[in-house]
Design a binder for this molecule. Structure first.
Ligand code: C2E
Ligand code: MG
Ligand code: MG
Ligand code: MG
Length: 290
């Protein structure tokens, strides 16, 4: 291949630019992890369909690069997952999300926080232990945390992943299968999974209102997951027609722009706890006279 000039030709300038950008992101991310102002978490409300109330938050990572501006996880997470940095990212996210739990709790807000976990965490022997340590260090109960794991991450090394998931479930930490329906082996493994929650991928949910075949698929996914003992969350709910369909199909929880995009921590608190906490602290004027 080396003496064939065509191989040189197909390596286009565009690809060159793409590899350079990835290389730069990877390099700069090491700095970002150590900085105190480049990374932050935003929180998307999880809504209980029956009560219309916010019952949880999914933590989503944002990177404010000093020169390139805000970069979304869809671009940088895959780059980082191919390097050795995924564990450091998960540790940072877990730490930040648990610290946030304390701020919310101090303000009277108790919701479960969900953290996205990388495939490599599932084959890391000490991962469940490090989650237990983080909870203990923050003095938080296990049920205030849920970990989201993609179906394809589990399938990379099913036996090891299963052992990790079982250890996490034993702690009392919630488990969700993320992006359900996009992996390649869903059904055989779904029955063995210790997961509490199945999150139907937004690619099935968006524009559901005008597509009866997709509706049939989603209805079947909901029934199947529930029959196997999982609670169902639909991602990417953008309009009320989709919400109505999901409610009729028995879906328990939703996330999506119809309710809220991912929010800054303070905005999340205001969203889920609209009564101002300051108002709650105002002394009551109606105390009975002594
Ligand atoms: P995900 O875990 O499936 O997260 C859902 C994504 O859908 C988020 O994108 C969210 O902003 C977006 N979304 C929510 N509602 C809607 C909607 O109604 N319509 C549309 N079009 N999109 C909606 P985001 O924040 O860009 O994250 C993308 C992916 O990056 C996540 O997918 C997750 O796989 C990964 N990711 C994000 N944060 C982390 C993290 O802290 N660690 C790891 N390992 N991965 C992360
Ligand atoms: Mg997720
Ligand atoms: Mg997802
Ligand atoms: Mg996703």
């Amino acid at each position: 291949a080396i003496d064939s000039p065509t191989h040189v030709a197909v390596y286009s300038q565009q690809e060159d630019a793409m590899y350079q950008r990835r290389f730069r992101l990877l390099n700069d991310f090491v700095t970002a992890l150590k900085s105190h102002d480049q990374l932050r978490l935003v929180y998307q409300p999880r809504i209980d369909v029956a009560s219309n109330r916010c019952i949880g938050a999914e933590a989503l990572l944002r990177w404010n690069h000093p020169e390139l501006g805000v970069i979304g996880p869809a671009e940088f997470i895959p780059v980082i997952e191919r390097s050795g940095l995924a564990q450091a990212v998960t540790a940072w996210v877990l730490e930040t999300a648990l610290r946030q739990q304390w701020e919310w709790r101090a303000a009277g807000l108790a919701v479960q926080v969900s953290v996205n976990v990388s495939p490599v965490n599932l084959i890391e022997p000490g991962f469940a232990g490090s989650v237990a340590d983080a909870l203990a260090r923050h003095r938080l109960p296990a049920n205030c945390l849920e970990l989201e794991i993609t179906e394809s991450a589990i399938m990379e090394q099913p036996a090891k992943a299963h052992a990790t998931l079982a250890a996490i479930a034993a702690l009392g930490v919630g488990l969700a299968i993320d992006d359900f329906g996009t992996g390649y082996s869903s059904l055989a493994y779904l029955q063995k999974m210790p997961a509490d929650v199945v999150k139907i991928d937004q690619s099935f949910v968006r524009e559901l209102e005008n597509d009866v075949r997709r509706q049939a698929l989603v209805r079947a996914m909901i029934t199947l997951s529930q029959d196997l003992g999982h609670r169902v969350v639909a991602e990417g709910v953008e309009n009320s027609a989709v919400l109505d369909f999901l409610r009729r199909a028995g879906c328990e929880e939703v996330q999506g722009y119809l309710f809220a995009a991912p929010l800054e921590a303070q905005a999340f608190a205001n969203y889920s706890c609209p009564i101002s906490t300051r108002a709650l602290r105002v002394p009551k004027l109606t105390l009975s006279p002594r």
